[in-house]
Design a protein around this ligand. Structure first.
Ligand code: NAD
Length: 654
């Protein structure tokens, strides 16, 4: 034997380390990845990596330790560690710059994105990039190597020469710092890559140190939690994996308003023919126009090409009658949020849909079980709660009614994946997971205004915590009238619950947010920038005066604590009631649908990080605070599950 060819099974090289092993004894068992790479690199016989399919993370680090590399043009090359809040810790940050240059390596390591091998053809990373089979090409290469007696080449021996390295790194640090607020890993990636300019062993030591620091950081723990939480959400406990999956070849959407047009865009973009049913011609035309705009925007952003866009549009079949829904395997109703209208629509669907078709409602607040009861087939009825804009937002709450069958549920989850959504199962209740928690968060935000904070202060404090947008900016974007109509219902349904009326005042002035040019902020025509508005300050001051509320100085920490703990407590309540299946599902809802910072892992993981004992302790302190007397006195009572886990020293996420 004169040479060794290293490859992976099934035509791919390696997708990297199993991240479940991080921080476990298994990760410390020899030979670990570093030892393995050292052994490969030290081999007297040349080692050639035959790279097909995927070569990522630890897999790429192993390939970099080989003496030669032969890849297929389409192989996916990446060091994605940064996405989990860490950096490549087995020499990747030292060897990759030596192979492809400082700048290209930095881009790959800081972004974590995959690059096809063909794009790196001209670099020293690959000795050959071939169109066909990597293994066959590597074997030919190995024989030639042996025949020529070509010496081994080790990337560690390459001295990285970059005349403008310092200036480049300085620029990179500034750019990366600005783009990664809250995330420590990207900047540490820059530091590690910069160490590649030092002697190899020293660089390796620095990389190791930075890796270990990141591995133990709360941000990396949170990102890894988010990664697993998203995978876990697709599995439904107690449902047999082999539950029959109903094939979905054709869909129908009822109602072509804001949501219906977005849902139809989403389905058609994923290749499904969609019958779009409306009650009125004008509404149908408006819906079709909205779909066209959605698709054109995707072309503009380079997401799809013009041909794919035309095909998507051609899949939409507009209709003014329910006749055509008989063909559909899945029908999603998105008519007005009015029980009578929904019941009439479902009775009609029950008459027309084919047996076994999934009948889904996009209702946000209505009782799905009542809707299901309007049909003779409640087992086929399910909630599919999309978020606006439905063709953009990843989150989908799949609502399981009392009679929803397992196979309808599993099929809806499968369909969600097919159309690129992150689906989470929720039980029937008003608001499901996301909006039910949001209501408590917003209630606190409004109490804070009564007590002395301004909308800007509340938004700023929560945005500094990491929320993509503060609650008042979100409300202006979504439309303040939505919350208003929900509150009006609550005043009747739950007269004992204390609500601040301050937002109602705003709505009474017609300040519905961006769509009306003013809300909690004012907006210049055609612009989305939220500008502070003295009219709102005056309105709040007047409201406080009328109610005899003396404003006090509210600290940013208090804002964050009250709003976020309100989310957490309601989340615990949802778990107790079985509306959410697991704490990590709640985290997924908030990470994908509500702009919760990923580096904090979601509200329930954040609670675990703070410590449930500490959360409960702070809630008891808030309950006893006389400053908060106007708020709901029962508000800060810890949910039974939260109190129990805190007392037992446990966490939500096990
Ligand atoms: P919308 O008013 O924009 O659209 C509703 C459409 O349904 C209208 O075009 C109307 O003409 C049509 N329609 C009414 N009755 C019909 C019938 N019998 N047959 C066919 N079409 C009919 O409302 P929307 O904002 O798209 O909301 C639709 C549903 O989605 C509601 O249940 C709402 O609660 C839910 N939802 C809305 C949002 C949101 O942010 N807007 C988010 C999630 C869920």
């Amino acid at each position: 034997m004169r040479a060794i060819v290293l490859t992976g099974a099934n035509g791919l090289f390696s997708a990297g380390a199993d991240i479940r092993e991080f921080n476990t004894p298994k990760a410390r068992t020899e030979p670990n990845l570093l030892t393995l790479i050292e052994a490969v690199e030290a081999s007297e016989k040349p080692v050639i990596a035959a790279i097909g399919g995927t070569c990522m993370g630890g897999g790429l680090e192993l390939a970099l330790g080989c003496h030669f590399r032969v890849a297929t043009a389409g192989a996916s090359i990446a060091l994605p560690e940064v996405k989990l809040g860490i950096l490549p810790g087995a020499g990747g940050t030292q060897r990759l710059p030596r192979a492809i240059g400082l700048e290209a390596a930095l881009n790959m390591i800081v972004s974590g994105s995959s690059v096809p091998a063909a794009q790196l053809r001209e670099t020293a990373l690959f000795d050959e990039v071939v169109e066909g089979d990597a293994l066959a090409a590597a074997l030919v290469f190995a024989r030639r190597l042996a025949a020529e007696n070509r010496p081994r080449e080790r990337l560690r021996d390459v001295a990285l020469r970059e005349p403008n390295a310092e200036a480049f790194l300085q620029f990179a640090r500034t750019a990366v710092a600005a783009a990664s607020v809250g995330y420590p890993a990207p900047l540490k990636c820059v530091d590690a890559v910069a160490a590649a300019l030092k002697p190899f062993e020293e660089g390796l030591r620095i990389e190791r140190e930075l890796f270990v620091q990141l591995l133990h950081s709360p941000e990396s723990r949170a990102l890894r939690h988010a990664f697993f939480a998203e995978r876990a959400a697709a599995r439904i406990p107690g449902i047999d994996e082999s539950a029959h999956i109903r094939p979905v070849e054709r869909a129908a959407v009822i109602g072509a308003g804001t949501m219906g047009s977005g849902i139809a865009t989403s389905l058609a973009s994923a290749g499904l023919p969609v019958t779009l049913v409306e009650a009125k011609q004008e509404a149908l035309d408006r819906g079709l126009e909205a779909i066209r705009r959605n698709v054109e925007a995707a072309v503009k952003r380079g997401k799809v090409d013009a041909l794919a866009a035309e095909r998507t549009l051609a899949r939409i079949d507009p209709a003014l009658a329910y006749d055509d829904v008989a063909q559909a395997d899945l029908i999603i109703e998105a008519v007005f949020e009015d029980m009578e209208v929904k019941l009439a629509a479902f009775r009609e669907l029950d008459r027309r849909a084919k047996p076994g078709a999934i009948l889904a409602s996009n209702t946000s607040t209505l009782d799905l079980d009542r809707i299901a009861a309007a049909t003779e087939r409640p087992q086929d009825v399910i909630g599919m709660h999309f978020f606006s804009p439905a063709h953009v937002m990843k989150l989908l709450e799949v609502v399981r009614g009392a009679k929803t069958s397992d196979d309808a549920l599993v099929s809806a989850m499968r369909l969600a994946k097919r159309i690129g959504k992150t689906a989470v199962v929720a039980g029937v209740c008003d608001g499901f997971i996301g909006n039910r928690m949001l209501e408590q968060y917003v209630r606190q935000a409004l109490f804070l205004l009564e007590e002395g904070a301004s909308p800007q202060q509340v938004d700023r404090a929560l945005e500094r915590f990491g929320m993509a947008m503060g609650p008042f900016r979100v409300s202006d974007l979504a439309g303040n009238d939505i919350g208003w109509s929900i509150r009006k219902r609550r005043y009747v349904e739950k007269p004992h619950v204390v609500y601040s009326r301050i937002a109602d005042r705003l709505c009474e002035l017609g300040r519905f947010g961006q769509k009306s040019g003013a809300g909690w902020y004012r907006y210049e025509p055609g612009r989305r920038e939220a500008l502070p508005d003295p009219v709102v300050d005056a309105l709040i001051a007047e409201y406080r005066q009328e109610r005899g509320l003396a404003p006090r100085k509210v600290a940013d920490e208090e804002i964050v604590q009250r709003c976020i703990y309100a989310l957490i407590n309601e989340g615990a309540q949802l778990l107790d009631e079985g509306i959410a299946l697991r704490a990590s599902d709640i985290d997924v809802v908030y990470l994908t649908g509500y702009g919760f910072p990923r580096y904090r892992g979601g509200p329930m993981f954040h609670a675990d990080t703070v410590g449930l004992y500490n959360v409960v302790h702070s809630m008891r302190r808030l309950a006893a605070d006389p400053n908060l007397a106007r708020g709901d006195p029962g508000f800060w009572k810890p949910a039974p599950l939260l109190a129990k886990l805190a007392a037992e020293g446990k966490t939500f996420n096990g």
